[in-house]
Design a protein around this ligand. Sequence first.
Ligand SMILES: *[C@@H]1O[C@H](CO)[C@@H](O)[C@H](O)[C@H]1NC(C)=O
Length: 491
Amino acid sequence: MLKTSDLLLLLCLVGASSALYKQWIPDTNYENKTNWDKGDVPCGSDTVQFPAQRKVSVFVETSHAVREMRLPVDGEFILNSGAGFYVVSGQDPGCGPGVPAKFKDSESLEWFDPALWQAAATLDDLQKGQVLFSVHEESVPCQHDDVVFKELSSFRVHTTSTSQASIPVKSVSVLGKKFVSNSEFSQYLGSRSGRLQFHGSSPVTVGNSGCGDPTGCDCGNSANHKQICRAVKCGSLSCKTPLSPVGHCCDVCGAIITVKFSTTFNLQNYRQRIHHLFLINPEYKSIQLGMSKVFKSQKLIGIIPFGTTPEIQVVVLDGDKGTLAESLAWDIVQDARTQGATIGITGAEFQASSGGSSQSGSNAGVVVGAVFGVLILISLVVVLVVLVRRGFVHLPQMPSMPSMPSMPSMPSMPSMPSMPSLSRFKRNSDIGELGGAIDHGYDNPMFDRPHLMPEIPGLYGNGANSPISMTQTGVHFVNPAYDENETDFNA
Ligand SMILES: *[C@@H]1O[C@H](CO)[C@@H](O)[C@H](O)[C@H]1NC(C)=O
């Protein structure tokens, strides 16, 4: 018989990884137009200028004609085979008179800027451009992810974390070389190219384990939430009730589906399932869907936090009012509820920014119950008022009122007859309580607080027919241990 821990270990060993590939988008390539201030790669009549004080590593894929080139103090060209520079004498035909062409500064590009990364399930998907949407925290590489810098490409990234001494990931690929051992990668970081490509006070470390849990892993970026969100600008929203996905910097219009899962759940397979069942449908072309394991903090009575539970958060955005997202969320929840047992899903709910939700269970029940309760109460009051008006019921004027007229002819209102006698019932029970205390012996004066007793003369039965005698001071029995007049007691 396998214990749960053994089973988990087994699943770790055989389970497919659910971590992602995260690719850095910007580059410092010579051929990339966006790296030049004039928006075009310089041609043979242009004067090429690199920022003098900046460090830069520039990948050059082919050969280029230039008139003149001003190089930075510290920098390098990474030349692809066959790449290089040559000077044309005279004017380059088709280039015009020539202008100064400045290479843009890439000094400030931050590792923790979620806009600068794209995610995919496999390297193949990354190459085909089949990228995944993620919440901001998970757009940046997670601790179990493989980080990829484009193969024929150079870059410069600032790696400074305000919360960590280093930035752990599973692996880093630079210029087609994949680093999985940290000693090898830190050696690379110390090399000339490494120092030009990575700068900042928190070095990236590789060799972190992959995600061994098929149900998904914690990204590990919640500590960097502030830093990640600093670069994000949130747009204005047009939906009724914007939602706040866990790990996202902005409120969104759309829907959030919460999936509860068992140990047989596989995040990667579920991602594919949703893709094949729904997202390839042309109607959902504008949909962005992100799926990850998040840890929701649990709160006792909605206030006191007492830990976290893992659940799968599916964020669905449609870039509009969220109505398309809501209909997709419905489909996904229906699928989870009908097919959940076979794919390890134990429950699914959604919340939509258009106001809709799938909460058919407890919450709705409470609301319905409350509404019915109020309705019943109102009708009871109405019936009572009608009965009083018609003279069927006389309300008591004083607590000590003599017995009410009995009402034998009211079969439809069984609770009515007891109401007028309520005061009498109460008096009886009060006396019973006092009697009970006396039956157990004597009152402890320590707890006897006569001044707290209500001053209703009739209530405690001062009359001669009462079995208990009470005064305003309330001392009817005394504890002999505390009584000075012991003789009275013994007498
Ligand atoms: C050029 O750089 C931009 C921004 O850095 C990037 O989005 C784009 O993919 C790059 N172009 C190519 C062809 O790699």
